[in-house]
Design a protein around this ligand. Structure first.
Ligand SMILES: C[S@@+](CC[C@H](N)C(=O)[O-])C[C@H]1O[C@@H](n2cnc3c(N)ncnc32)[C@H](O)[C@@H]1O
Length: 222
């Protein structure tokens, strides 16, 4: 199998995993939705900021933003989760997109780009691509929720079912990784036993060649 076939196969497995896990997602929702709402209440970002939520799933983070008056769009490729999101948060515009194609979204198209528990499931190359594209699309802020440390045996097991990338994600120095995409961490906080968020500022001016470099790197790994 070539690198490209392996990459696409991994993406297909991820989509199948999330579609199949959709009924179990109710348990995750009970834990995550209050967490997202609490953090957004503490951050008190201006509701004027438009938001693009990547890997929106059932729409919890997108919905938490919408509740606070933001105009929000959410992207995902698991249609079962998206259907639930649309029913639950009708005020959010949810769209099907495989985020491998995030480069189709215009630079500076949204004030804030967010993502909840998405990055840890990606290969290091795909993460780099997503972070570069995120920094390109976001005008003022990037908000990332994910594992801030290892969640222990049970989480390791769940993440092992999802794919091979969780241990690599945990081992990575987050500030370094975000910094490489030009994202400066302004605020970072632990929000549960293993969950954290990072509120970042994207570079106001990005050299087009650097973004191009990350895209080339992803293409080479595909
Ligand atoms: C752990 S879930 C998190 C969902 C949501 N952000 C939340 O916090 O509840 C990860 C999400 O990433 C989505 N995802 C993974 N790879 C993707 C890709 N290549 N394109 C679009 N969505 C993707 C999955 O479909 C799933 O909804």
């Amino acid at each position: 199998m070539t690198d490209q076939e392996a990459f696409l196969d991994e993406r297909r497995r991820a989509r199948r995993f999330f579609n199949r896990m959709s009924p179990l997602y109710l348990i995750v929702e009970r834990h995550l939705f209050p967490q997202y709402r609490d953090v957004l209440a503490r951050l008190a970002l201006s509701p004027e900021l438009s938001v693009l939520d990547l890997a929106a799933g059932t729409g919890l983070l997108a919905g938490a933003f919408a509740e606070r008056g933001h105009t929000v769009a959410g992207l995902d490729f698991a249609y079962k989760l998206l259907n639930r999101a649309r029913k639950r948060f009708p005020g959010v515009y949810f769209r099907y997109l495989d985020l491998r194609h995030l480069d189709r979204i215009e630079s500076g198209a949204y004030d804030l780009v967010s993502m909840g528990y998405f990055l840890h499931g990606l290969s290091p190359e795909f993460r780099r691509f997503i972070l570069w594209e995120t920094a390109r699309i976001a005008r003022t802020n990037v908000l990332i929720f994910d594992y801030g440390c290892d969640g222990g045996l049970f989480i390791r097991f769940i993440e092992w079912i999802e794919g091979p990338n969780y241990p690599l994600f945990i081992a990575e120095d987050r500030e370094r990784e975000l910094g490489k995409a030009g994202l400066r961490i302004d605020r970072e906080e632990r929000v549960s036993d293993f969950g954290s968020y990072w509120l970042c500022t994207p570079p106001s001016r990005r050299s087009a060649s650097s973004a191009h470099g990350a895209r080339e790197e992803l293409a080479a790994s595909e």
